[in-house]
Design a protein around this ligand. Sequence first.
Ligand SMILES: *Cc1c(COP(=O)(O)O)cnc(C)c1O
Length: 396
Amino acid sequence: MKGVVKFMFTNKKRIYLSPPHMSGNEMAFIQEAFDTNWIAPLGPHVDAFEKEIASHVGLVDAAAVSSGTAAIHLALRLLDVAEGDTVFCSSLTFVASANPIVYLGATPVFIDSEPETWNMSPQALERALYEAAFNGKLPKAIIVVNLYGQSAKMDEIVALCKLFHVPIIEDAAESLGSTYKGRASGSFGKFGVYSFNGNKIISTSGGGMLVSNDVDGLNKARFLATQARDYALHYQHSQIGYNYRMSNILAGVGRAQLAVLEERVIARRVVFERYYHALAHLPGIQFMPELPNTRSNRWLTALTVDAKEAGVSVETLIELLAVENIEARLVWKPLHMQPLFEGIAYYPHSDSDNVSERLFQSGLCLPSGSSMTEEDQDRVITCIQKSILKAKSISA
Ligand SMILES: *Cc1c(COP(=O)(O)O)cnc(C)c1O
């Protein structure tokens, strides 16, 4: 895409996929950190942010860390994942979901999506678990991702994992503020993970949160996240640790952002609705569904484009949007298709349906920021409408 941008002739303002959206109250929290000189990876904002997130998602405790990736890494450590172990993971996700498995010398096994949520297929998971049990090598953990804000089918997944006694890590990096049957997305596993990266629904510029009802576990996470320093007068260490805690300044930003989370969810859902009404009737367009009894934060509006029906491919649409200085993206490339994970085991949804590969071939993510104006959105909508209608009139 860089090449396309270089030869752009438009002087129109750039529309980003998911830019940070500050509320204006962040500065007061940062000022307080400065005034009290809590410029450290600990302090009152960190403690308060942890309590506020835990209470927001209905869990007992939370540990603030430097990134969502760090939170996943810590969760895997807490579950004793080590060399020789396997960990099941959704395939259709960002590489950060699976990288920490490899940090620990374990091997991922990738599970396909199903069509109703685009998330982990319970039937593929079931096959993978039975096969693993049969081979006497159950996974140490399962990482379930909630893509673009949509919760996975947690009832089915939790039931399967209970049956096989395998703990769940819920990668809710993209789904803070979403619910599944009235409960917060990210609160279903042994551990849940949120991210506050610059592009997420709320941001601390960079940061993450590990959540759980296991208070001892989270205390151990805090210990591991501060270089695993033993209780002693001198510096003593008997385990490998990390430098993973969140700074008090950034936790202050997070507190101000959390206060507007619900507004941000509403704004992103409005963005989705406007796209839906303007584009859903076009030939070959299908929007990412929302499972009944769930509420997605609609972090990114995602849809599929059937190139034959629409007369234009997703790749072409992305190029046409880039010419208009609009950032759009393909959906995540499934991890089982990544060169990094060549040869890794993968369980498709069924013999006849490889859902994540299908979604990768046709999936598109549109600019979805909560600060997006209607005018900006009209530029995106007009470009897509024109591209498809023009393609149809040429082919007609
Ligand atoms: C963003 C993201 C992460 C990683 O979070 P960071 O804070 O960027 O480390 C993990 N998983 C998913 C699904 C993500 O979208």
